[in-house]
Design a protein around this ligand. Sequence first.
Ligand SMILES: Nc1nc2c(ncn2[C@@H]2O[C@H](COP(=O)(O)OP(=O)(O)OP(=O)(O)O)[C@@H](O)[C@H]2O)c(=O)[nH]1
Ligand SMILES: [Mg+2]
Ligand SMILES: [Zn+2]
Length: 364
Amino acid sequence: MKKILCPICLSSKYIKKIDSDYICKNILNREVIIKQKKRKTNSGSSNNTDNTDTVNKEYCNTKLMPRYVETTKMHKVIIFIVGYRNHGKTVYNDIMMASIKNIYKNEIWDGYAQFVNQKAEEHYSEIPKWILNGHCPPSTQIKDPVPIVYRMHNVPMFGDIVPMFYDVKGELFEKLEKISPGAKYLAKSPVVLFLVSLKDLIENNNDDELEWQDKLHRLLQIFDLGVCRSTKQELVVILSKGDKLFDIGMDQKVIDYLNEGDIDVYKFDDKTNKKKTSKNVLQYIENMKNISKIIRNWLIENKCKEFINHADSVFKNVEFCIVSSLGSDPIDNKMHREIRPNDPKRILDPFLWMIEKQARKSFF
Ligand SMILES: Nc1nc2c(ncn2[C@@H]2O[C@H](COP(=O)(O)OP(=O)(O)OP(=O)(O)O)[C@@H](O)[C@H]2O)c(=O)[nH]1
Ligand SMILES: [Mg+2]
Ligand SMILES: [Zn+2]
């Protein structure tokens, strides 16, 4: 049987079945205890009884719900977005979750989405509230995240997928010394997501003297220094707030692609939909690749070559995409009406990149 992964400490070694529950008994301060033990042994102490007395063991103690345990064999997709404060991470995560719901409700995909942990159930009741009044959620305060875990049934061509959304405050990515609460999740994820609002990078010059291209590069510098990876990962750079990118002269083909991207574009009507090679899904992914190339060239033409060179050397593969979670620009973080299912644009492109890279391998 495949091992169960604890979504908090990302270890699968210490899950214990206690009565009918599965509980993670990983010791979080294990290293401190081992160090203490070694010190005692080296000092030649004759007392060989439990040397760990002086340190209390801190267990992870995460309780895994039965529905989560059932997803053990399914593809987990870690969605842990790296991005500065106010660039749109939380809004993107929430609108993506709402869109996942809409995609099944409106029969764009034939299946269902299901909550797999308590956090998902709790969070899901919060999303429609702000979507209905159009008032964006406040800045995130969390640094140690508990993921929201879903199960998506019957995703065209990919089967069942289990996305795990971790949302943290952007401050973590502003300074190297702050990144550590996110580092272990980012290190484990085969695909890393950067989310940047170019318009905000260009406009917010009050914090420091850096030019926007250098601020973009700085995000990568902090990731590269702060996250200890053992293998080469893939990177997807999401350009957020795409509705504002026309103003900065983004390539018209990218803007057109964005504007034509409401939720119906994910209707991959195709007789082979459920099989491993849906022509329409492959065509959609091909189109995403073209857009990625155009964005890459636009960035190179706009003096971001250093960022691209660095990213190309750190990652196995670097792709770009564009989204608009709200579809238009709010005034004082408030939309003039509720957000409707067709307002978000190309909202699932980053998700398709993720599953294309993380889940597809085992389907082919
Ligand atoms: N024009 C436009 N504005 C957006 C969009 N998405 C988010 N915003 C604006 O950006 C603000 C910040 O978005 P958040 O998602 O809270 O940003 P964040 O990256 O989570 O920020 P922290 O939690 O502080 O790290 C929102 O309150 C909106 O005003 C979008 O698609 N288009
Ligand atoms: Mg946030
Ligand atoms: Zn754990």
